[in-house]
Design a protein around this ligand. Structure first.
Ligand code: PRX
Length: 647
């Protein structure tokens, strides 16, 4: 097997890119013809960004799981689809072939149907990184239910908010999950969440940790019992539901600069084609390669490059339950040697954390199976890039620095491994079909920041990164609130999708993402809104007001710095900080806990009451001598106090 649309040379990239911009419909229509359709599409694209209204492959009918499973179960039944490595080094790994995966997904489709699930229902998944999570995701897609996977680190409150927003009727979880030395009581968290959720009728619970759990009569059932019932009933095959191209496939919640996280909606055909195209081209996947994406399926990277991208390409995807540093910092490298991994796709925060353990850990590892390395989630600093290149790639593996977002569905800007040039800390060139545009604050295009690659500037330019034409993987709406989608992404600059990222472009046309320009933090590659953290902190009884900013953090990329006005008994700052952390963990999850908490008597505010975050950011960064003009503040003296108390 070979991939007819895999780009093989730099010249071909330029040629394909040009075609994709000159005639996007012809370009994507041709790629779409390589997939399994129940009914061919009538129209490749219908769009306007002002509504926004985006429809790809209208009139087409398909089921994504027939493209991810059935076609490979027929042509390459014994190829491993999923290889799974346990958190526990002593537990045997699992290898599930395409044929077996199809059977398991079909069985679970029956379970879902037996529990009342049907096309269009929203189903929440809160599970550990075990193959059953992928099986459940695919089974939802096969029956046409919309999956909403919630990362296992989120709190009961966060889950309840997400379940209520989507009005999920069913929850799939496990008794618990393992992460390194920790055990996470998933079912118990779900029980706490469901106190607030009236829409949920059934909960299916997988056994993983054998932790005692309370099972509610009529609502809760065990995964294994349900599968047994299906096995006893005979033929497990389930005809896949016929879906319209634009039917929703999933919802994934992500943080923004205001309010609660929003449910980004992706649809069946466009998302499938885009994740497949980008997987095959960015990583230059060759049949037989083992692809190891270290993300959790609770994030978009896991959806697109553990499940849908690789499986739609008939690839072998490796899923790892644990964490890179347990039982020791050699775990990733051991997995690579054990399975002869060819592609490693991970995050800068993991690389920096592993770097801190030194190179002795790596000396005893082979790592020669690796062909391609990938980075995602945040800017990769040059030091981490070179370490990754030299010590893991042994100087011979290209590194793809892939820039994209939950909203983009798949990678938009990246070099193609070994095909287009890499440049440390640059995501480099746009993928075919992607038309980036840098604009200034007023939306005026910046000379040369134009995707046509004409009028190249003689020097590097910088601006806000926008995209000016849809690609098939673009979000279609935010669940239940289309206006919020329009306001967040399509209203800042007319007729452009605004990414929220700042960006440089060099004179060769390479893009370098510099970070968010809105109030969104990127902590260990996870997106967290400052407003969300502030809301959580403010729920603590003693807190009068708070302001949260990011600051550079050696491992996490960005750390969370909270300035808090506290009204309770102020005898021990450490205890207060612990209480605040506990509150944030309860409201959002441990990932949003501030790294630094400074108790202050006031916050720098303008006369109209607006907090001057710019000043707090500078103080948090340690740049206390360049605070700029503070004369417009209501109480300039407070700045001195905050500077002195800086942690
Ligand atoms: O700021 C960019 C950063 O991560 C944001 C998207 O976060 P999320 O939706 O959680 O998706 C992460 C995984 C795709 C972006 O707005 N980001 C992502 N990839 C990169 C990046 N920043 C720099 N370089 C990247 N390669």
């Amino acid at each position: 097997m070979s991939y007819p649309y895999q780009i093989k040379s730099l010249e071909q990239y330029h040629e394909v890119y040009k075609q994709s911009i000159e005639n996007p419909e012809k370009f994507w229509g041709e790629i779409a013809s390589h997939f399994l359709w129940r009914k061919p599409f009538d129209n490749v694209l219908d769009w306007n960004f002002s509504a926004p209204h985006i429809e790809w492959f209208k009139g087409g009918q398909l089921n994504i799981t027939e493209n991810c499973l059935d076609r490979w179960a027929e042509t390459q039944p014994d190829t491993p689809a999923i290889i799974w490595e346990s958190n526990d080094i002593n537990e045997p790994h699992r290898s599930i072939s395409y044929k077996e995966l199809l059977v398991k997904v079909n069985q679970f489709c029956h379970v879902l149907k037996n529990n009342g699930a049907k096309k269009g229902d929203r189903i929440c998944l809160y599970m550990p990184m075990v193959p059953e999570l992928a099986i459940a995701v695919l089974a939802c897609a096969r029956i046409g239910a919309i999956h909403s996977v919630v990362f296992g680190g989120f709190s009961a409150q966060s889950i309840a908010d997400r379940i209520n927003d989507a009005q999920c009727t069913l929850v799939i979880t496990a008794d618990g999950g393992y992460r390194g030395a920790k055990e996470i009581p998933l079912k118990s968290v779900i029980d706490d969440a469901l106190v607030q959720c009236t829409s949920v009728q059934k909960v299916i619970v997988l056994t993983r940790t054998q932790t005692p759990v309370s099972m509610i009569k009529g609502r809760d059932c065990w995964w294994e019992d349900e599968i047994n019932n299906v096995e006893n009933a005979g033929n497990p095959f389930v005809e896949a539901e016929v879906m319209e191209a634009e039917d929703p496939l999933f919802i994934l919640y992500t943080s923004g600069s205001t309010g609660k996280p929003k449910g980004v909606v992706h649809t069946c055909a466009g998302y499938m084609i885009y994740t497949n195209y980008t997987f095959i081209n960015v990583f230059q996947y060759q049949p037989g390669d083992i692809h190891f994406c270290t993300a959790d399926i609770g994030w978009i990277t896991g959806h697109s490059y553990i499940i849908y991208g690789p499986l739609s390409a008939g690839a072998t995807t490796l899923m790892f339950e644990g964490i890179p540093t347990w039982p020791d910092a050699g775990r990733f490298w051991d997995i690579i040697d054990k399975f002869k991994v060819n592609i490693l796709y991970t995050a800068p925060t993991a690389i920096r954390s592993l770097m801190s353990f030194g190179t002795d850990v790596i000396k005893r590892k082979d790592l020669r199976s690796l062909k391609v390395l990938g980075s995602v989630g945040e800017p990769i600093n040059e030091e981490a890039w070179h370490w990754f290149h030299e010590h893991i790639g042994k100087g011979k593996c290209p590194i793809v620095d892939t820039w994209w977002q939950t909203e983009t569905g798949g990678i938009l800007i990246s070099n193609l491994a070994g095909i287009t040039p890499q440049k440390p800390s640059y995501a480099t060139l746009p993928l075919p079909g992607v038309q980036p545009l840098l604009v200034d604050e007023n939306g005026v295009p910046i000379l040369g920041g134009d995707a046509s690659l004409q009028d190249l500037p003689s020097e590097t330019v910088s601006g806000n990164l926008c995209i000016r034409h849809p690609w098939p993987g673009i979000l279609r709406t935010t669940y239940g609130d289309h206006e919020r989608c329009r306001l967040t992404y399509f209203s800042t600059y007319p007729n452009l999708y605004f990414t929220g990222d700042g960006c440089l472009r060099d004179k060769e046309g390479n893009y370098r993402i510099t970070g968010r320009v809105d109030d969104v933090l990127n902590v260990s590659g996870h997106r967290i809104g400052t407003a969300e953290v502030e809301n959580a902190i403010n729920m603590h009884t003693g807190v009068v007001e708070s302001a949260v900013v990011g600051y550079p953090h050696d491992i996490k990329g960005q750390g969370i710095y909270a300035f808090i006005i506290f009204n309770g008994v102020l005898d021990d700052d450490k205890l207060i900080a612990q209480d605040i952390n506990q509150t944030v963990s309860r409201v959002i999850g441990a990932i949003a806990k501030p790294d630094k908490i400074q108790i202050v008597s006031g916050l720098p505010k303008t006369r109209s009451g607006k907090i001057m975050r710019r000043i707090l950011r500078k103080i948090a960064e340690g740049d206390t001598d360049n605070l700029g003009d503070i004369s417009t503040l209501l109480d300039p003296a407070v700045v001195e106090e905050i500077k002195t108390g800086r942690i």
